[in-house]
Structure formats: C-alpha cells, structure tokens
Write a protein that binds this ligand. Structure first.
Ligand SMILES: *[C@@H]1O[C@H](CO)[C@@H](O)[C@H](O)[C@H]1NC(C)=O
Ligand SMILES: *[C@@H]1O[C@H](CO)[C@@H](O)[C@H](O)[C@H]1NC(C)=O
Ligand SMILES: *[C@@H]1O[C@H](CO)[C@@H](O)[C@H](O)[C@H]1NC(C)=O
Ligand SMILES: *[C@@H]1O[C@H](CO)[C@@H](O)[C@H](O)[C@H]1NC(C)=O
Length: 273
C-alpha cells in the first residue's frame, strides 16, 4: 500500500470502466501542440503517439493490444499482438474466488512473456481504447512493472486518440510471434499492491478509492462483481475523470486539484480499486 499513490497513480488512471466519447476526427498532427509528458512525475510510464509511430516496425518493440478480442480483430495498430485484459492474471474459478484476477505466479508470467517475444531489453508498449473498455492497458502495464520490467509504457490517450490524430489502424494480424530467449522477473514489488487482508486491517485509517462508475459504487449496477456496492469508507473517483475528453491525461495541476477536493494530498498513501 505504501508508495502506491506515487508509483501507480498515473497507471491507475487507465484502469476500469468507461464513459461516452464524442469523437472529433482531427487529422492534422502538425498544428497540434505536442504533449510534454515530462510535466508528469512519472511521465515515462507513457509514450506519445508520435513516439510510438516512429517505433513501429522496430525489432525492439513489442506492442500489446489490451482491448477485448472483438475490437482487436476489427482494427488495431500495425504489429500489435492482441492479448486482452486478463492475459497476465490468474483465472481459476470465478470472480470473487480467492486469487481470481490476481497476477500469475512469476514462472507462469515469465512463460507467457517469453511466448509474446518479451525479454528484459524489449520496449513494451501497451494500449487500449479508453472509451470502449475498462482501461486494461493500465492493468497490464502495472503488472509488468511490479514484476520488474522497466521498459514498459502506455500509449498516451489510447487507441481512440491515436485514430483522432489520423494515425492508421489495420486488420492484419502479425503472422508469426517469435518467442524471446528468456526473461528475468523480480520478486513482485509489494509496494505496488495491497492484499484484501491489508485493506481490511486498516479499513478505519487507510484511504481507499473506488474508481468504478457511480452506479457500481452505489450498488445499483454490477459489472461482473459477485456483490454490488463499495468497500466500507471508500471514496469515489471515476478513473476517467482524470482524463480529458480526447483520452489524454489532465495536467498534474488539474489532477492535484481534483484530489484536493477529495481531501487527498500527494503525500497520502491510498489504495485504489
Ligand atoms: C527502452 O528501449 C528503447 C529502445 O528499445 C531504448 O532506447 C531505451 O533506452 C530503453 N529504456 C530503458 C529504460 O531501458
Ligand atoms: C477520421 O479518421 C480516420 C482514421 O484516420 C480516417 O480514415 C477517416 O477518413 C476520418 N474521417 C473524417 C470524417 O475525417
Ligand atoms: C486533447 O485535449 C487536451 C485538453 O483539452 C488538449 O490540450 C489537446 O490539445 C487535445 N489534443 C488534440 C490533438 O486535440
Ligand atoms: C472542487 O470542488 C468545488 C466545490 O464543490 C467545485 O466548484 C470545483 O469545481 C471542484 N474542483 C475540481 C477540480 O473538481
């Protein structure tokens, strides 16, 4: 739980649920001011569309599409491998069962990564359509970082923003994925996660934020959870509220302002779900 905010606040922006998106189809990138990701404390967690464009086709790049397979088969960025939301998670049993949806064991994860051509040197870029899914890219990047991979980034703005800028999508599936010769993973960095027991023990003192929709929070709608409602005492902040309408991140100042309204400061430790 400790340091969770600092390490993961940018990643978590990209997790869970979606809001409607009114598309304005911009095609000129030249006239747009390019986003400076260095204004963010951990701006390197993201890659700009321009930068990804220049990496396409490179042997150093492993590009992972985290969208629902239906979306992937419809269209994706050239060379992307479709992996979906749960590629690196345990899925034994059903949602709510112990361990369901948590990260795979180190050995199992390493095997999956090798099969995707990932080693410790490759540049891994993940993306999803932020308005058509639950922010799976954030989850995937978070899992890879807690497993010790360093060169992992999320496409800033997601694939809708990519399209918005006039960059191409394709239906072509990569013909052959060449497995890597190996990958070395670290023991999982516990500061990236909080277990159910840890959250429960500190329920009265720790800050917990529910980033799902208001309806999921108040229990009037369930999106796959065995029970509706929220963790006792949790505050509500819809994850997409930290994004601009076009899917890019709000500025650090705007995000701090939103957090301040929730009486949360940069120094606080908190847990998100
Ligand atoms: C990530 O990979 C790119 C290209 O493959 C390289 O230029 C960059 O230095 C790497 N970054 C890290 C942190 O290893
Ligand atoms: C919107 O962008 C897509 C992707 O670049 C392009 O194929 C399409 O023609 C554009 N539509 C309009 C109305 O500009
Ligand atoms: C995306 O939205 C942000 C905030 O409104 C804006 O600053 C940026 O220019 C937009 N990007 C494009 C390409 O329109
Ligand atoms: C903070 O709360 C005030 C009062 O409710 C509101 O007017 C303002 O828009 C909020 N600011 C942000 C960034 O959410």
């Amino acid at each position: 739980m400790k340091k969770f905010y600092n390490k993961s606040r940018l990643l978590v922006l990209c997790m869970l649920t979606f809001i409607l998106f009114s598309s304005c189809n911009k095609t000129s990138t030249e006239t747009e001011a390019k986003i400076d990701l260095s204004i963010y404390e951990k701006g390197y967690y993201f890659i700009s569309p321009e930068e990804l464009k220049s990496l396409l086709g490179s042997e150093d790049l492993v590009l992972l599409d985290c969208n629902n397979p239906k979306l992937y088969y419809k269209e994706h960025i050239e060379g992307a491998i479709g992996i979906g939301f749960h590629a690196f998670s345990r899925k034994v049993g059903k949602p709510g069962d112990p361990g369901w949806g948590t990260i795979k064991s180190k050995n199992a994860l390493a095997k999956t990564l090798i099969s995707l051509g990932i080693d410790n040197k490759k540049t891994v870029v993940v993306y999803s359509d932020l308005f058509k899914g639950p922010g799976a890219d954030g989850r995937i990047a978070w899992q890879l970082r807690l497993a010790g991979l360093k060169n992992v980034s999320i496409l800033h703005g997601g694939s809708s923003y990519w399209k918005n800028l006039g960059y191409k999508m394709t239906k072509d599936i990569p013909l052959k994925i060449i497995p890597s010769s190996g990958v070395i993973l670290k023991d999982y960095d516990k500061s990236f996660m909080a277990t159910k027991d840890e959250v429960f023990k500190k329920l009265d003192t720790n800050i917990v934020i529910d980033v799902r929709t208001k309806k999921e929070f108040d229990g009037s709608q369930k999106a796959g959870e065995p029970r509706g409602g929220h963790i006792k005492g949790a505050k509500h902040l819809l994850w997409t509220d930290l994004l601009n309408k076009n899917g890019t991140l709000k500025t650090p100042k705007e995000i701090e302002e939103i957090m301040k309204n929730m009486t949360i400061s940069k120094k606080d430790d908190f847990t998100l779900y």
